[in-house]
Each structure stands twice: as C-alpha cells, then as structure tokens.
Design a protein around this ligand. Structure first.
Ligand code: NDP
Length: 510
C-alpha cells in the first residue's frame, strides 16, 4: 500500500489549545511546499565543458582507437541525450595497456618519493583548477546534483591526490619498521556512483607507492576518467604510468584475468566481487574488494532529533542513494518512532528532485535505465511483502530521463527483501528496537558489514555500541562524512582491504 502520511501534532511543540492569542499561525510546511510558497527560481549551472564527439582509449600517454574499432554511447541520464562515443576495449587493448604500464614501471618506481609526490601535487592542483568543468561533466554523465559534484566529489578527489602526494616521500614513516616497495602493475575497476572520486581513491595511493595502473571506469560514467587522462597529459605525467581503458564488464574481466597484472582493486557489486575473488584465488595477484552494503543508521531516544533527521536524509538520499555505505536501514528506538516518522515526512517534503544541473536540486537522476528498473522492482517487492510505502516528496518529475522520488517504508520486518538487499536507490527501510542490545543484534543481522551510524547524547553508549557493530566505518552523530586520512572498507560480504589513510597505503606496497 502506498500512503502519504497526515501531519500529526508534535508533542514537543505544545498543544494548540495553549497557544497565545497573538502568536503567529504555525506554518504547515507540507502545505506551504505543496502550494508553492517555497518554490525556488531555477538556478542552472551555466558552464558547458568541451566534450569531444569521440574518445579513444588512453594507453601509453595518448588516446588511441580500440583495435576492434568499436565505440559505445555515453548518455546523460537526466535527458537521455548522447553526450559522446567512448571506445570499447577488447582483451587485446587491455594487453596493450598492461604492456604500457609494465614498461613505465621501472622508471616510475625508481623515481624518488619526492619526485613522485611532485607529480601527484601537479595532478591535484590541476584538478582544483578544472574543478567546475569536472563537476559539470560528472553531473551530466552520471545524473548527480551539481551541488554534490561541486561540493563533494571533485574537492574530495583533489584532496586524495594532495594527501597521497604528501605520503609519497614518507612511506617508511607511514608503515614503520618496513621497507615499502611497489607491488607493480595494478588493474583497477571502479563503479558509476562516484566516478572521479573512486578513480582518485584508486590511482592516488597506487602512484604514491610507485605502482603503475590500468583503470577501467564504469560503462555509464567514463567522461571524468577520460578528462583525468587529459589532465595526466597536461601535467606531464610520464607516459604509461596511468592508462585508462573504457568498456563494459568484459573489459573488466580481461583486466582481472590478464597474467601480467600484479594487483586487482575493485569497487562494485558483491556478485562481481565474488567472481573476481574466484578468478584471482589461484594466482599470485593481490586483491582488495570494496563491495556492497546495507548500512544501519541507529537513532536512540536521547539523540538530538533534528540533527538525526538531517543525518537520515544525508545517509540515504545523498547521491540518489547510489552509495555503498548508505544508511539504508533506519533503526529507531520504539519510544520515538512516531516522532521520527513525522519529522522525516516533513523534511522529505522539502527535498527537490529534478534537473541535476540546477543548483537547488537535492536528488538528481538515477544513473541508468537498468538501475531504475532494479529500484522499481524493489519498490514493488516492498509493498508485496507487506511494508507501507511513504511517498511524501512533492516534486514534479521531468518528462524525460530516469527518475525515482525518494521514499521510505514503515512496517518493515528484518526478513523483508528491502531490509536485506542493497537497493542502491533513494529507498529507506524503517525498523524499530527497544534496547541497545536489540539495536546491535538487528543491525548486525546482515550479510554486509560496511557502514553504520549511531545517534545518541550519551558518549559511553556511543562507544559501547560502535565497537560492537560489524561495520568497517561507524559514524557517530553524523553520516556519510569522508576524508582521505580515514580508512574506508568493510567486513563480511562488503569486501576486504582499506582505501584511504595509512591503511590504504598498505594495499599498494609489498
Ligand atoms: P558492477 O559490480 O557490475 O560494476 C562495477 C564495475 O565492475 C564496473 O566498472 C563494471 O563494468 C565492472 N564489471 C562488471 N562485470 C565485471 C566482471 N565480470 N569482471 C570485472 N569487472 C566487471 O555493478 P553494477 O554497475 O552492475 O551495479 C549493480 C549493483 O551493484 C548495484 O545495484 C549496487 O547494488 C551494486 N554496486 C555497488 C557499488 C559499491 O560501491 N559498492 C558500486 C556500484 C554498484 P560496467 O559498468 O562497464 O559493466
């Protein structure tokens, strides 16, 4: 059943019977937004970066056509317009890229850490200089709101290069008691949810430690990786140190199976991660996997509720919910469940869904038609299994493109599909608990172990709960905060290995 919640009185705001006769009438937020009182004027991003009609593969420092001559379109998911044609790399193209990376390895690994650091600083500064262009490209190609790509993806991507530039000549201090050496040629495969940021998480530590790389972006979001390849040219990075090859899953498989790759680093779905683990198991290759998640965001009755509501929104509706560490399972202490649902309904009615290039947009387009179909299937399953869907978002969706209004479900049982599987969309499952013990056991009842959030006023409760959660990342009175100094990674079916911080460097050193 799909419902729109009715406004309830908030016990904390006092009864209307006791209101002062001259007090101003309380604004009904939902009615105000529905009636258009708070409608913003459009604020479109005006920059239009140059996008070539066609991009080859970036191998050995230059763009070359794929040997098969095949190209595929990359589209804007908000308009369904084709943005460019991108090369489809075959196994022989992968081989060319691996050979270029192998040739470049001795000179790159032989550079002093200080000189490698200089190259990384140059890349970071160039990314900052071109930040607006990169943000627009990311939004056009992936569908995320411009304010997110502008304020999070691109600054954080540059920050990863700055951070790792700093470590390049200090690896012995980062990993005390060792004599760190590069692993060699790294094959890196990244997903479509944070294209340039995931590229930075992978390339920056690899280069800082003296490795060379062959990286494949996701099929639907290749443009910022290709612009990054141009940045490598612009800053004079030695040829072959970074190779970017585009293509679909088969291209990724060819990287994993190539016999001259020393390490595979993968971020993506658990099912592909498992297949990669099987392929790599009989070889000498090193492997790190950053896979899916079903994060638990736990709200205790003593939490600061207005802050927690912002944390819930940030946790699940940021980046259309295409976030592996999303707080997609909300656990609320039973005594405050009604208040949280009511406040969440109010807050969600203010979310603006629509044109990702508008600076006021909160939730952009779903990344692809396929992902939208997956999300819609989960929405139907949620209702079939008896949960109650709350559609409270008031935006009118554009006529073209791939869109899903943010929503949440109540009446969810831990056994429901929407409480167990990664939806990777703006869909929240709300569950309740009575005691901290119950919160912990319900949160840990998942095959995943990537991220969690805990909201409470009590410091001792925070530390007690946080250390008992099976999650690689636990945010305390916050959610989805990222920093290059902080290691990121999971347990259980969320993968192994860490990216970021000193721990992330270990994954790229012998
Ligand atoms: P995939 O795991 O299929 O894709 C991730 C990357 O791996 C892409 O670059 C993809 O290429 C590549 N790839 C696909 N198949 C293979 C293979 N056999 N060998 C090597 N590389 C391969 O994720 P999807 O894009 O299909 O998304 C499906 C689901 O995965 C989502 O609904 C979500 O639940 C989850 N997901 C989780 C992410 C995370 O950050 N943990 C990120 C993305 C997805 P290509 O894109 O060209 O197919």
């Amino acid at each position: 059943m799909s419902i729109v919640s009715k406004p309830k009185s908030d016990p904390s705001s006092g009864s209307s019977n006791t209101k002062h006769p001259h007090a101003p009438a309380r604004l009904d937020l939902r009615a105000a937004i529905g009636g258009g009182i708070f409608e913003y004027a459009p604020a479109p991003e005006s920059v239009r970066p140059e996008i070539r009609d066609k991009y080859g593969l970036f191998i050995g420092g230059e763009f070359v056509d794929p040997e098969s001559g095949g190209f595929f379109p990359t589209i804007n998911p908000a308009t369904e317009d084709t943005l460019s044609m991108v090369g489809e790399a075959s196994a022989s193209d992968v081989d060319r890229a691996v050979r270029a990376a192998r040739e470049a390895l001795p000179a790159w690994a032989g550079l002093s850490g200080k000189d490698r650091g200089k190259h990384l600083y140059r890349i970071a500064r160039r990314m900052q200089e071109r930040a607006r262009e990169l943000a627009v490209l990311e939004t056009l190609d992936g569908g995320k709101p411009i304010k997110e790509s502008r304020d999070l993806d691109i600054p954080l991507a540059a920050a990863h290069f700055f951070y790792h530039a700093g470590w390049a000549d200090k690896l012995r201090f980062a990993l005390p008691g060792r004599d760190p050496k590069p692993i060699g040629v790294c094959g890196q495969i990244i997903p479509w949810n944070f294209p340039l940021l995931m590229l930075s998480w992978k390339i920056a530590p690899a280069l800082a430690c003296g490795n060379t790389v062959v990286l494949k972006p996701a099929e639907t979001t290749s443009l910022t990786a290709l612009r990054f390849a141009q940045i490598c040219q612009e800053v004079g990075l030695p040829r072959g140190v970074v190779n970017i090859i585009t293509g679909a899953g088969e291209t990724g498989r060819a990287i994993v199976e190539h016999t001259d790759i020393d390490k595979v680093a993968f971020t993506g779905s658990t099912s592909v991660g498992k297949a990669i683990a099987k392929a790599v198991a009989p070889t000498q290759k090193k492997l790190t996997l950053e896979l899916g998640g079903k994060g638990a965001n736990i709200i205790f009755e003593d939490a600061s509720l207005d802050q927690a509501i912002e944390g819930i929104i940030e946790g699940i509706y940021f980046n259309q919910g295409h976030v592996c560490c999303a707080g997609s399972r909300l656990f609320v202490q039973e005594s405050i469940l009604d208040r949280v649902v009511d406040k969440l309904t109010d807050r969600m009615s203010t979310l603006r869904v629509g044109d990702p290039m508008d600076k006021n947009t909160d939730v952009g387009a779903i990344n692809s038609k396929e992902q939208l179909a997956t999300i819609e299937q989960y929405l139907a399953t949620g209702e079939d299994e008896g949960a109650m869907r709350h559609d409270v978002c008031q935006s009118t969706l554009p006529g073209k493109g791939f869109w899903c209004k943010p929503c949440f479900y109540t009446g969810v049982q831990p056994s429901h599909t929407i409480a167990r599987e990664e939806i990777f969309g703006p869909v929240l499952a709300v569950l309740s608990f009575r005691t901290p013990e119950e919160a912990i056991s319900r949160a840990n009842n998942s095959p995943y172990g990537l991220a969690a959030g805990v909201w409470t006023d009590k410091g001792s409760k925070i530390f007690d709960v946080a250390k008992r959660l099976d999650a690689g990342i636990v945010w305390l009175n916050s959610y989805n905060k990222f920093d290059p100094t902080s290691p990121f990674g999971g347990y259980k079916e969320s993968g192994f290995g860490r990216e970021g911080g000193r721990h992330g460097l270990m994954a790229y050193c012998k």
